[in-house]
Write a protein that binds this ligand. Structure first.
Ligand code: AMP
Ligand code: MG
Length: 396
């Protein structure tokens, strides 16, 4: 059985960032930028007023002086080409181009207006209340580096440069395939022996959360149907994630179906709990195939450990064999946690304010505890964590 790190190393080895596409800024939030971006213009683009007031020649605008107000008014918008002659002030508003001849703006609160004249109540220094061209960004300056994540403010920065779209790695299309005769879609009635399909919406949402585009289909435990559903999934998607049917039960047809469809199984079974029957394979056309155990908790844990990192790498995030889930978490244990087994055990936990506790029943069908958890806590084989010990794991 493969060690967990080795399994992730082998999966990541076959994964590189997806093709580069250009997306409009409106669709770029949280995406990883695929190339460096440099400024194309200075910002501010021209010297402009940071206040509502009067543009003046600072030497003429000492306290107590009087100036004649030019008949033209320069607001933000088109440059009217106003000239501020000696002995004059020009009415300006925030964002306005600085009139020629002026070298400062005096706030309107610092003057007394009398007809076509102003009296200076508080003098100004040269440059005061002027936002200089290029004082924030100079043309040619690097604005964003490859690998950085787009935030609202970074989108605003690019928009301020007049850049309408950015290069990112295409989001992978991930087809979830659930399997099992016992499964019914939520909303339909249950007959005795049936259960609702929880993996389908859960894994689709997990795909979205990791940054991929999720879709889902279902196959009963019938080799013919399974092959047909998987064949369509392989044709359509970049990644196929199958839930259930990968164990050793007589009705676990997934491995056989994948082989018939030409998928090469890279490995099956990983030394981790929950999630031992995890399978990874590859279709010759490049589609990556993941087989997860059917139990919802096991499915979610193995998705977090082995599938989410792949989606994140395809999107251009920095991912190594030590990376899982949505990033690392650590904290101090507030209760005793133990793993008597010989495989690493991922327990569902709640990390809050630097403290970590368990989120209830830890069995692999117990989806309530999973729903309360915000992290997976890793306990090595035979490890015991006492109250006050440091613990670490991954965010989910
Ligand atoms: P399997 O891996 O197919 O043997 O399934 C293991 C357990 O997980 C069984 O109890 C299944 O009923 C359950 N299971 C499998 N798939 C799902 C699913 N999509 N939603 C909820 N439970 C599931
Ligand atoms: Mg099954």
């Amino acid at each position: 059985m493969l060690e967990e790190w080795e399994a992730r190393r082998r999966i990541l080895e076959l994964t590189s960032p997806g093709s580069v596409i250009w997306v409009p800024l409106e669709l770029a939030l949280d995406q990883v930028i695929a190339q460096d971006v440099s400024a194309v213009i200075d910002s501010p683009v021209f010297d402009n007023s940071s206040m509502d007031g009067y543009a003046v020649r600072a030497v003429e605008a000492a306290t107590g002086e009087q100036l004649k107000v030019n008949v033209m008014v320069q607001a933000a918008g088109g440059d009217l080409g106003v000239h501020c002659a000696s002995g004059e002030a020009v009415r300006v508003f925030t964002g306005a181009v600085i009139p020629q001849g002026a070298d400062a703006v005096i706030m309107q609160e610092d003057v007394e207006r009398r007809g076509d004249r102003i009296e200076i109540l508080e003098g100004v220094e040269p440059g005061e209340n002027i936002r200089r061209r290029g004082s924030d960004v100079c043309a040619g300056q690097k604005l964003l580096r490859r690998g950085e994540v787009m935030t609202p403010a970074r989108l605003g920065l690019l928009a301020s440069q007049g850049i309408p779209e950015i290069p990112v790695h295409a989001r992978p299309l991930v087809q979830i395939v659930t399997t099992g005769d016992e499964l019914v879609e939520p909303g339909a009635p249950l007959i005795p022996g049936e259960i609702y399909n929880s993996n389908s919406p859960m894994l689709q949402a997990a795909v979205s959360k990791a940054g991929g585009i999720g879709a889902a289909s279902h196959a009963c435990d019938d080799p013919g149907e399974l092959k047909e559903v998987l064949s369509r999934a392989l044709a359509a998607a970049d990644m196929v994630v199958i839930a259930g049917g990968v164990s050793v039960g007589e009705r676990d047809y997934v491995k056989e179906a994948l082989t018939d469809l030409g998928v090469i199984t890279e490995f099956w079974r990983v030394k981790v709990k929950p999630g031992k029957p995890f399978l990874f394979g590859r279709h010759p056309d490049g589609t990556l195939v993941f087989g997860l155990p059917g139990n919802p908790v096991s499915a979610y844990v193995t998705f977090s450990l082995f599938v989410a990192p792949v989606i994140r790498r395809l999107l251009g995030h920095e991912v190594t064999e030590g990376t899982a889930g949505l990033g690392e978490v650590s904290g101090i244990a507030t209760e005793v946690m133990s793993n008597p087994g010989d495989r690493p055990h991922y327990l569902r936990g709640i990390c809050e304010g630097g403290k970590i506790r368990l989120s209830g029943t830890q069995q692999s069908h117990a989806i309530f505890g999973l729903s309360r958890a915000n992290c997976l806590i890793r306990l090595g084989p035979e490890e015991v964590i006492n109250i006050g010990d440091p613990v670490s794991g991954f965010a989910i």
